[in-house]
Design a protein around this ligand. Structure first.
Ligand SMILES: [Ca+2]
Ligand SMILES: [Ca+2]
Ligand SMILES: [Ca+2]
Length: 330
């Protein structure tokens, strides 16, 4: 058995393409990354919009290559409604905590049929309820139709530019017609929002699947960052709307700690404005760090309530217990 550790990523940027869930999943008032973070923290969906839209996140702690499944990505795929997102990973080789290092694509089952060096540009519509024109590097042009089911603007409201150009890869279409109905069957493996969340393994990837721009194995021992990008281009003026990858959680997979078989993921501490409440007195010391890894404090064995009033405010912290890492803001 393996454990899924909760709250294991920090969203660094949220760069969706236009789409029918943009500006509502999540609502963005000022900081798009913070809005996406807040949505995931509350168990809500983040939509990446149409082809090319992405989010980029840092793992709370580096993820070692175990040559097994290491990362589970959950979305909202259900039967015949796969909206596969391409996954990329990166290692912080220059040790600056920023995702400015080479990215490696996770070569899923459709890698051989994927268009690489793909670019798509979306244009701000003439008004908020107009269709959104696009043009891509394969010579395709079209629109993301605005539908009546989702009346809000589909172009990201926080952007001031009149167009968005997105780079990455594009999967072949997974849309087929069965009995006169358009269905989106899942690809075999290696994509986000592709299989139902109940099938954890089908939602998980191996770092060993990462390849460089030539398709050669990246041979990464560790990864620090992950990016997920809507991998399909499909539009419809019907209620289905366009295909867009959704994310509900990005988790790392850990072997259970042989010393503590009792750990379960729902056994999480509660963070109030003034203290951390542990479900039972700590069996091992816990430590608090900043999100860039600076040590802040140790919480001793036996603690049930820990006052956070002395910690500097308006900072995001990581709490590391024996078995899990939690993020909290104080
Ligand atoms: Ca870096
Ligand atoms: Ca979608
Ligand atoms: Ca979806």
């Amino acid at each position: 058995m393996k454990l899924i550790v909760l709250l294991s990523v920090i969203i660094l940027s949220y760069d969706p393409a236009p789409g029918q869930f943009i500006n509502i999943l999540p609502t963005v008032t000022d900081n798009p990354a913070a809005a996406a973070q807040s949505a995931l923290d509350r168990g809500m969906l983040v939509s990446l919009g149409a082809a090319g839209g992405s989010l980029t996140a840092a793992f709370a702690e580096p993820v070692a290559n175990t040559h097994d499944y290491e990362i589970a990505i959950f979305g909202n795929a259900f039967s015949a409604s796969a909206e596969p997102g391409i996954i990329y990973v990166s290692k912080d080789i220059n040790h600056n905590n920023l995702p400015d290092d080479p990215w490696y694509e996770i070569a899923g089952s459709e890698y051989a049929n994927t268009t690489h060096n793909y670019t798509i540009t979306y244009y701000r519509p003439t008004n908020d309820t107009s269709d959104i024109p696009y043009q891509d590097s394969e010579g395709n042009t079209g629109v993301i139709p605005h539908n009546t089911y989702h009346p809000q603007p589909y172009f990201p409201s926080w952007l001031t530019s009149d167009q968005i150009t997105l780079h990455g890869s594009l999967l072949p279409s997974n849309a087929t017609t069965e009995n006169g109905i358009v269905v989106f069957q899942p690809y075999d493996y290696g994509y986000a929002d592709n299989h139902q969340n109940s099938d954890t393994l089908a939602c998980s990837i191996k770092i060993d699947w990462a390849v460089d721009s030539l398709g050669n194995t990246a041979d990464l021992d560790t990864v620090h960052f992950i990016r997920i990008q809507t991998g399909v281009l499909y539009t419809s003026s019907l209620q289905t709307g366009e295909q867009s990858t959704e994310i509900s959680a990005i988790n790392t997979i850990h072997e259970p700690n042989a010393l503590d078989n009792s750990f379960i993921t729902t056994d999480a501490p509660i963070f109030t404005t003034t203290e951390i409440l542990f479900p039972q007195p700590l069996q091992h010391p816990a430590r608090i760090y900043t999100i860039t890894g600076q040590y802040v404090a140790t919480i001793p064995i036996g603690t049930g309530q820990y006052a956070t009033t002395t910690l500097p405010r308006n900072i995001t912290y990581l709490l590391r217990t024996e078995n899990a890492t939690y993020r909290f803001r104080h």
